[in-house]
Ligand binder design. Structure first.
Ligand SMILES: C[S@@+](CC[C@H](N)C(=O)[O-])C[C@H]1O[C@@H](n2cnc3c(N)ncnc32)[C@H](O)[C@@H]1O
Length: 228
């Protein structure tokens, strides 16, 4: 599955209103718990140093990192200007350095970050190998990367049941459009084997691990750990 136009271009042109709707849809309790849990995981595993989040969207993971650990220097890069403005409004912390840009080629110095992360963004990148090599360049030696991504061969029956539970107490609009967006993401996402094949073509080929995990009550996620 190697489409040239995977979705990043759509996000680059994302209108302000669409970004606001994205934030609304992802405000369901289970999704906020997912952001909170990733933020807690990063806060506990990093302790201090420079963290970069790629494709931070509305900024909810970074919000959780800031709440849970004040010693981490936070950076973010997102291809969508509307998302950058939205996240700046949500985070309201002047020390956080959020910029508009494509992870495929950045202006960060070599060996700059201690940790790099992203949630639900890797599947959209048009040039995933080139982007992984850029991540390798800007990551310090012994630095860690944690990518949280959905994968294609998830358990459909379990997903249906858990999604219904997640939306049980949400309003009718979210009950109707929430599933549409998550199913759209799952239709575009990679298989685990495809993720492995991409990593094997990058500078991270000798040091990676992929683990299937449950996030936001859904068993559709993989934690992809890479080390320089
Ligand atoms: C599905 S959203 C996920 C947002 C957020 N991480 C979340 O979990 O809610 C994907 C995000 O990745 C960003 N993105 C897509 N391709 C990118 C790229 N090549 N470089 C930087 N950001 C990118 C999009 O603009 C968008 O904000």
């Amino acid at each position: 599955m190697n489409k040239k136009n995977r979705g990043e271009k759509g996000f680059k042109k994302f209108p302000k209103q669409a970004a606001l709707i994205y934030d609304k849809i992802t405000s369901v309790k289970a999704q906020r718990k997912l952001y909170e849990d990733i933020g807690i995981f990063l806060s506990n595993s990093i302790k201090s140093g420079k963290l970069l989040e790629i494709g931070f969207g509305a900024g909810r993971v970074l919000e959780s990192v800031i709440k849970n650990n004040k010693n981490i220097e936070i950076y973010g890069i997102d291809i969508s200007n509307a998302m950058v403005e939205l996240a700046k409004g949500n985070i309201k912390d002047t020390k956080v350095n959020l910029i508009e840009g494509n992870i495929e080629k950045t202006e960060y110095k070599d060996n700059f970050f201690d940790t790099i992360t992203c949630t639900g963004s890797f599947y959209l990148w048009d040039k995933p190998v080139k982007s992984l090599n850029e991540i390798f360049r800007i990551l310090k030696k012994d630095g860690n990367v944690y990518l949280f991504e959905t994968y294609k061969e998830y358990d459909k029956k379990d997903f249906k049941k858990s999604l219904k539970e997640n939306l049980k107490n949400e309003n009718i609009i979210l009950k109707l459009i929430g599933p549409f967006f998550i199913k759209k993401q799952l239709s575009l996402t990679y298989r685990i084997k495809e993720i492995e094949d991409i990593i094997k073509l990058s500078n991270f080929k000798n040091n990676f691990n992929i683990e299937k995990i449950k996030l936001g009550n859904l068993s559709i996620w993989a934690k992809i750990s890479l080390k320089k």
